[in-house]
Design a protein around this ligand. Structure first.
Ligand code: ATP
Length: 269
């Protein structure tokens, strides 16, 4: 049985409403993860505010992926607390329950159904886990049709709605996958290296898309492309050796001596 921090049973993870009265939607507190004695996360503390767009940066091996894995239930921490809003203990939920509760994750490589149309890909996500054929033969109601139209508009693929997804460019596939995540109305979107392999124009469009999603959603972006981070970030968190090294605006981060030494120094050098 799933219970919240007060011991109250939660039966349907889709109905979870995180308590964000303090403005925070994700709490990661004193979290450590070891792999064979090596600390990938080392007493990490991170707070994501409701509706914000946060960028996570850090050199290879800093712990970014491990952090995403912990939030989404793929990796269990050795110690620490992770909660969705103030009351929902994510360490009590499995990966599927965390996704259902409203934390969506976009991996770097797009995984769309190439033979199905753009519309059908979103349709499948909207209908959940019924299986492809059951879902495609199940008629959409008006509200669902409206929702898909709204998502197509958000991800800028209205004209391509009937194209097989396999015909889309790399960037368009990434947007489609973001659209598929949006079908579940997630409160939090975790996005891993969204602009890797994109053209300049696609990168710009992705910056607009992620910026537009903030507010209604909390968006956490892991990205190596510093120009992109500069273009979207309000708050940047720098991870180093499994902990938060610095946090602030891009200009604060860029002038932080420790950051320059361990990360930006590497990039410039
Ligand atoms: N399953 C695992 N087994 C052993 N070591 C692991 C495992 N997963 C991660 N690590 C190690 O933990 C450290 C943190 O890895 P992580 O993938 O979280 O870093 P990252 O910041 O995402 O790096 P990158 O930018 O290269 O993706 C690395 O040194 C990595 O080798």
């Amino acid at each position: 049985m799933i219970v919240d921090k007060t011991g109250t049973p939660i039966t349907e993870t889709e109905n979870i409403q995180p308590d964000t009265r303090h403005g925070v939607i994700l709490y990661v507190e004193d979290v450590s993860v070891s792999f064979d004695g090596f600390k990938a996360l080392n007493d990490m503390n991170l707070y994501i505010n409701d509706g914000e767009l946060r960028c996570l940066i850090g050199a290879n091996g800093a712990g970014k992926t491990t952090l995403m894995d912990v939030i989404t239930g793929k990796t269990r921490p050795d110690t620490g607390k992770v909660s969705f809003g103030q009351q929902v203990d994510l360490l009590q939920l499995d990966e599927a329950e965390i996704a259902n509760a409203g934390i969506g994750r976009k991996f770097q490589k797009p995984t769309v159904f190439e033979q199905l149309s753009v519309f059908e890909n979103i349709e499948l996500s909207l209908k959940g886990n019924k299986g492809i054929w059951a879902s495609l033969f199940h008629k959409l109601n008006g509200e669902q049709n409206d929702r898909i139209a709204e998502i197509l508009h958000t991800i800028n693929l209205i004209q391509e709605r009937n194209y097989p997804a396999g015909r889309l460019s790399h960037g368009q596939k990434q947007w489609l996958e973001i659209g598929m995540l949006l079908a579940a109305k997630p409160r939090v979107l975790l996005v891993d290296e969204p602009v890797a392999g994109m053209t300049g124009q696609e990168t710009e469009r992705t910056a607009e898309l992620l910026t537009s999603l903030a507010g209604e959603h909390s968006v956490v972006v892991v990205e190596h492309d510093m120009a992109f981070v500069r273009s979207i970030a309000r708050t940047v968190t720098v991870l180093h050796q499994g902990s938060v090294l610095a946090e602030g605006t891009m200009s604060e981060i860029q002038s932080n001596p420790e950051v320059i030494q361990v990360y930006l120094g590497e990039e410039q050098g």
